[in-house]
Design a protein around this ligand. Structure first.
Ligand SMILES: *Cc1c(COP(=O)(O)O)cnc(C)c1O
Length: 481
């Protein structure tokens, strides 16, 4: 029998599950005692992989044990409470279980009829979040995506085909004028990839300058649109960012929305990370204007602490997605056609489709909107605490946002980017915390620390302050020497 090659006996399964649970539980307990970042040595990793022979396969328990143990030694521990990094949170426990169930039952969400409960669960999530963002739940539509990059590309395609439906059959070369779209200089680079992927090319993305506060300059936007029109270009889309990746800044969504409406352009809001603020009553106002968006990108795998691989695209235009993605095949199940349901495969870029929404649903159904508001409020308070402690310890905060992303620089010394980088490297090398550097507005270097973990508490902020202070002392003596 070959079955045993992929499915161990019940006894062995039981031992493997126990090993898995033991490793996972140990990680929850130990993660804080591990160095946040590994030492990097590619040759070591290749030698390590050589110990797993593909010609003479090892025992399951040994491979599982050794590989998991090694992975714990060779990654930046984004679940570490002193990881003040990019928006990679510690995963919510019910989300982890969701991924485990998804892998075990392996539902195929391409066709509604293959996994009706799973598809309905995802639709429930789409409508619930559309409602939270203020889109009409009745007309809103959307899909779960691999992440924000896929959602942003989807937005670009929706805007393009809303304006030029002919593109669907005849391609972008059928557009008489050259299409252009607008995003701020601080927007996410996924729009550059989207421009290339959609066949528009890099030059189609117009970079709108930002104000001193790093928000899109809506007057400049208005002027650029006029100028472009004068030169024979065809604007079709404006992107506002709600929570920039670098500095957590929210573009003036109301003003941008007005420009979009006046020029009859699609208005997309990239709220991949910052969108979660909509769940916190006292933060909601920072997203004001998002309810007027034609479409929204939101990533549950960022500020909602869902394990990686959970993005969301939302739109107020009910038929925008099916216009692009509907196709018919001889082999897909047809049961769905007799019901008033939407088959996900005619509704998004993906074909075979994983149950992305389960990890979000299980977490939300056991934490609730209120629970999430409390978690996000805590993270926001930790951001305020970090700002306060930095200011009191000789650092200046150089970004303005209510979200917990803190960009800072010494208050009594001018550091260039190289100095900031040296400081950031030293923090990372200490193993006690992880931060990064950022060039704000393309010209102002700073250190960047973001509260991204729901387990980060005041003691972890203190750890970061101690490390920063040591690093700074070290750097100053070295420079003086
Ligand atoms: C992270 C991020 C993205 C990209 O999302 P992925 O899920 O990483 O693909 C897009 N926009 C913003 C503002 C982001 O922060």
């Amino acid at each position: 029998m070959t079955t045993e090659l992929l499915l161990p006996s019940p006894e062995e399964r039981s031992a493997l599950w126990s090993e898995l649970v033991a490793q996972a539980e140990a990680y929850f307990g130990d993660v804080e005692s591990l160095p946040v970042a590994p030492t990097l040595n590619q040759a070591d990793l290749q030698a390590l992989l050589d110990t797993f022979s593909l010609d003479e396969p090892g025992s399951r328990i040994d491979v599982l044990h050794r590989f998991t143990r090694e992975l714990k030694r060779h990654q930046v521990h984004t679940p570490h409470p002193c990881y003040f990094g990019l928006f990679n949170p510690a995963p919510a426990f019910m989300g982890i279980l969701g991924d485990c169930i998804t892998a075990t039952l392996n539902p195929q969400l391409a066709a509604w009829s293959h996994s009706p409960l799973a598809v309905e669960t995802e639709r429930r999530m789409i409508h619930a979040f559309a409602g939270k963002f203020g889109l009409s739940q009745e007309h809103a539509d959307g899909c779960l995506t691999s992440g924000g990059a896929e959602a942003n590309l989807t937005a670009l395609l929706c805007a393009l085909t809303e304006r030029w439906p002919g593109v669907l059959d005849s391609g972008v070369q059928s557009i008489a004028a050259r299409p252009v779209f607008y995003a701020s200089a601080e927007s996410h680079h996924s729009f550059l990839k989207a421009a290339r992927t959609a066949g528009l090319g890099r030059a189609a993305l117009r970079t709108v300058p930002v104000t001193d506060e790093l928000q899109m300059d809506s007057d400049a936007l208005r002027r650029m649109i006029e100028e472009d029109r004068g030169l024979g270009y065809e604007p079709f889309l404006i992107i506002g960012t709600a929570g920039t990746t670098g500095a957590g800044v929210v573009d003036p969504l109301v003003a941008i929305s007005e420009v979009a409406r006046a020029n009859r352009l699609w208005f997309h809001v990239d709220a991949a990370w910052g969108g979660a603020a909509v769940l916190v009553p006292e933060l909601r106002a920072v997203l004001s204007g998002i309810e007027t968006a034609d479409s929204i990108t939101f990533d549950p795998h960022k500020y909602l602490s869902i394990p990686m691989g959970a993005g969301m695209f939302l739109t107020r235009h009910r038929y925008a997605l099916s216009r692009i993605f509907s196709v018919s095949t001889a082999y897909m199940p047809k049961e769905g056609e007799r019901l008033a349901v939407v088959d996900p495969y005619v509704h998004s870029m993906q074909w075979s489709r994983r149950f992305i929404g389960l990890k979000l649903f299980l977490t939300l159904a056991t934490t609730g909107w209120d629970g999430y508001a409390r978690i996000l409020r805590h993270q926001s308070e930790m951001g305020d605490l970090l700002r306060g402690r930095l200011t009191a310890s000789g650092w200046s905060i150089v970004n303005r946002t209510k979200l917990p992303v803190v960009c800072f620089t010494p208050s009594d010394e001018e550091w260039d980017m190289a100095m900031h980088q040296r400081a950031s490297d030293a923090v990372v090398e200490s193993g006690s915390a992880w931060i990064s550097t950022i060039m704000l507005g393309g010209k102002k270097p700073a250190l960047r620390a973001c509260i991204t973990n729901y387990r980060t508490g005041p003691e972890h902020i203190e750890t970061l302050l101690v490390v920063l202070s040591n690093v700074r002392d070290g750097l100053s003596t070295r420079t003086r020497r």
